[in-house]
Design a protein around this ligand. Structure first.
Ligand code: ADP
Ligand code: DP6
Ligand code: CO
Length: 362
C-alpha cells in the first residue's frame, strides 16, 4: 500500500452541555428532528462538564473488517451508529466535504473514508444532564474540523439538531435559543445566541446529582409518547411556551433574575406536568428531586426574594441557577438542607464540581 493510503487524519474537540430554561419537548417531524416549539438554554462551562470527541478517518480503515464501516466508541463501549439520526449527521458532513473535494482536486478524498469516533463524557450519560447535547455537538464539530469545513456555528447547529435536538444549542456559548422554524425541510430550525456569557457573567449553575443511572425512558421516546397522548401538551405548545420564550428573552436582555427564575421554574414544572399527563405517565423527577424543589423554595423564602431557580431535564437531577452574589445563601443552604435528605449528600458533591459558570462558546 502506498504511504499516502495509510495516513490517518484526526481532529479532537470538546463541547459543553446546555441546560434549557424553556424546554424542548416534542417533535413535529421525527425524521428531520424538528421541534414542536422553540426553546432556550444556558451553556455551562466546559471546564466542568464536557464531551471530548476525537474523529479520525483513513483510506487504510477500509481494508480491515473492524474499521471498514463508520464506528463510535462511547465511554469505552461500541455505540450503534447505524441509526437514522447519526447517519443523517455523517451524510450531511460528508456531503459538505465532498463539495470541497469537487472544487479542489488536490484535497484528499476524506469523504470516501470510513469514520472512527472515540468519545467520552466526564459526567453521567443518559441521566438527564444533556449528554446527547454535548455528545452530538462534539461529534459534529469533530468531524467538521477533520474535514476542514468552513461552516459557521449556526450552520453546524442545523446538522447537530439532526443528531439530537438539544445539541444544536451547544454550538454556542452563553444564552442560546433554538428557533423552531417554519420551513418544511428544516432549513431554518437552528440555534442562535440570545446573549453571550459576558452579558450576565455572574450567573451560576449548581448541578445536583440525585442519580447517575441511565434514565428508564429516553428523551426521544418520552417526548413522542407525550405528543401522542397528552392533552395538556397542546396547551403548553399553543400558549405556555410562546409566552415563556418572550418573557425569558426579555429577562435575559434586562438581566432580571426574578423574572428569569420564575419562568425557569414554571417552565420546568409545565414540562414535567405534561410528562405526568402522558398516558401511561412518565416520571423523571423522584422524591429527591422534589426535596430540591422545596429546598429552593425555602432558600427564596428565607432570603425574602428569589435568589435561586430550579430546573429538571428528562431525569431526576437538579440544576439550580443563581447569581454569584447569592452564593452563600444558595450553596450554603443547599448543602445543609440536602445533607438531611437521604440519597443526596453522598452523590451530590462526589466527582462533579457542583458550581459552574457559563461557557463563552467558540
Ligand atoms: P441525556 O439526558 O443525557 O441527553 P438522552 O436520552 O437525550 O439523555 O440521550 C442519551 C443518548 O445520547 C445516549 O444513549 C447516546 O446514544 C447519546 N450520547 C450521549 N453522549 C454521547 C456522545 N458523547 N457521543 C455521541 N452520542 C452520545
Ligand atoms: C428535557 O435533545 O435529548 O432536555 O432530539 O430526541 O435527542 P432528542 O431529544 P433531546 O431532548 C432534550 C429534552 C430536554 C429539554 C431541552 O433540552 O430543551
Ligand atoms: Co438529551
Amino acid at each position: 500500500m502506498a504511504s499516502g493510503d495509510s495516513k490517518v487524519y484526526r481532529a479532537s474537540t470538546t463541547a459543553p452541555v446546555n441546560i434549557a430554561v424553556v424546554k424542548y419537548w416534542g417533535k413535529r417531524d421525527s425524521k428531520l428532528n424538528l421541534p414542536t416549539n422553540s426553546s432556550l438554554s444556558v451553556t455551562l462551562s466546559q471546564s466542568d462538564l464536557r464531551t471530548l470527541t476525537t474523529a479520525s478517518c483513513s483510506a487504510s480503515y477500509a481494508t480491515s473488517p473492524e474499521t471498514s464501516s463508520d464506528s463510535l466508541l462511547l465511554n469505552g463501549k461500541p455505540e450503534d451508529v447505524t441509526g437514522a439520526r447519526t447517519q443523517a449527521c455523517f451524510r450531511e458532513l460528508r456531503r459538505r466535504r465532498a463539495a470541497l473535494e469537487a472544487a479542489d482536486s488536490s484535497l484528499p478524498k476524506l469523504s470516501t473514508f470510513p469514520l472512527r469516533l472515540v468519545s467520552e463524557n466526564n459526567f453521567p450519560t443518559a441521566a438527564g444532564l444533556a449528554s446527547s447535547a454535548a455528545g452530538f455537538a462534539a461529534l459534529v464539530r469533530a468531524v467538521a474540523d477533520l474535514y476542514e469545513l468552513p461552516d459557521s456555528p449556526a450552520e453546524l447547529s442545523l446538522i447537530a439538531r439532526q443528531g439530537s435536538g438539544s445539541a444544536c444549542r451547544s454550538l454556542f456559548g452563553g444564552y442560546v435559543a433554538w428557533r423552531e422554524g417554519k420551513a418544511e425541510d428544516g432549513s431554518d430550525s437552528m440555534a442562535d445566541q440570545v446573549a453571550e456569557a459576558a452579558h450576565w457573567p455572574d450567573m451560576r449553575a449548581l448541578v445536583l446529582v440525585a442519580s447517575a443511572a441511565k434514565k428508564g425512558v429516553s428523551s426521544t421516546s418520552g417526548m413522542q409518547q407525550t405528543v401522542a397522548t397528552s392533552g395538556l401538551f397542546k396547551e403548553r405548545i399553543a400558549t405556555v411556551v410562546p409566552q415563556n420564550m418572550a418573557r425569558m428573552e426579555k429577562a435575559i436582555q434586562e438581566r432580571d433574575f426574578e423574572a428569569f427564575a420564575e419562568v425557569t421554574m414554571r417552565d420546568s414544572n409545565s414540562f414535567h406536568a405534561t410528562c405526568a399527563d402522558t398516558y401511561p405517565p412518565i416520571f423523571y423527577m423522584n422524591d429527591v428531586s422534589r426535596a430540591a424543589v422545596r429546598a429552593v423554595e425555602a432558600i427564596n423564602a428565607k432570603a425574602g426574594r428569589t435568589v435561586a431557580a430550579y430546573t429538571f431535564d428528562a431525569g431526576p437531577n437538579a440544576v439550580v441557577y443563581y447569581l454569584e452574589k447569592d452564593s452563600e445563601p444558595v450553596v450554603g443552604t443547599f448543602n445543609h438542607v440536602l445533607g438531611e435528605v437521604e440519597g443526596w449528600k453522598k452523590e451530590v458533591l462526589a466527582g462533579l464540581k457542583p458550581t459552574m459558570s457559563l461557557d463563552e462558546g467558540v
